[in-house]
Design a protein around this ligand. Structure first.
Ligand SMILES: O=P(O)(O)OC[C@H]1O[C@H](OP(=O)(O)OP(=O)(O)O)[C@H](O)[C@@H]1O
Ligand SMILES: O=c1cc[nH]c(=O)[nH]1
Ligand SMILES: [Mg+2]
Length: 211
């Protein structure tokens, strides 16, 4: 698995404001959206393109366009929903699938409560979006759903990752597929409740409130 930590002053600045416990929900949502747009630029570097003939007002020329089949973007609800618009803004022709997954607070296992994915993902470049990669359980299960349907090229876009989760994900993926993790920062560790340290707290709660 390839890991790409996006090293950019705007990303670092926005991430610091995002982490701040005093940043209220509306600003948090706005910052997540801005950060995803910055990460999306890096995450879409290896999107497949094909030659495309056009005529400018001056002359015919051959440019490029994103090749079929269109990429699929999959936010992992709830928190991943806050990252969807930022990615589709750069990839407006992408299709969107949905996974609803929640980490059981006791067992830390990912429980799936919604799954709307196309049946056949052969040759589709899939983008999974979820702000937090903690133990890795959620992302491993999400990638398994994609690989079961034939996907072999997956880019996971996260804001923060714990080293423990990256290790788990990398081992789980092995050489089954070409998987890249694009992340704004890799933090220190997980705490005793499997929260990322220093992290930003519960991303879903900070985006949408405590439910
Ligand atoms: O790597 P893991 O240990 O599996 O944890 C990461 C998951 O936890 C959070 O979701 P959560 O379960 O809190 O659901 P929510 O988005 O509804 O808040 C986060 O958005 C990831 O999906
Ligand atoms: O730190 C963490 C870990 C899992 N989920 C979150 O939202 N935050
Ligand atoms: Mg949550």
């Amino acid at each position: 698995m390839r890991v790409h930590v996006v090293d950019h002053p705007l990303v670092a600045h926005k991430l610091t404001v995002l982490r701040d416990v005093n940043t209220p929900s509306p600003n948090f949502r706005q910052l997540v959206d801005e950060l995803v747009t910055l990460l999306a630029y890096e995450a879409t570097r290896d999107v497949k393109t094909e030659p495309h003939e056009i005529e400018t007002p001056v002359a015919p020329t051959v440019g490029v366009r994103i090749a079929e089949p269109m990429p699929l973007v999959v936010p992992i609800l709830r928190a991943g929903l806050g990252m969807l618009d930022g990615l589709t803004r750069l990839l407006p022709t992408a299709e969107v699938g949905f996974l609803g997954m929640q980490r059981d607070e006791e067992t830390l296992e990912a429980v799936t409560y919604a799954n709307r994915l196309p049946d056949d993902l052969t040759d589709r470049h899939c983008f999974l979006v979820d702000p937090m990669l903690a133990t890795g359980g959620t992302l491993v299960a999400a990638i398994d759903y994609l690989l079961e349907r034939g996907a072999r090229h997956v880019t996971a876009v996260c804001l923060l990752a714990a080293p423990e989760g990256i290790e788990v994900l990398s081992t789980a993926v092995g050489d089954r597929a070409d998987v890249e993790l694009v992340v704004a920062a890799v933090d220190e560790k997980l705490d005793e409740n499997a929260y990322i340290v220093p992290g930003l707290g519960d991303a879903g709660d900070r985006l949408y409130g405590i439910v």
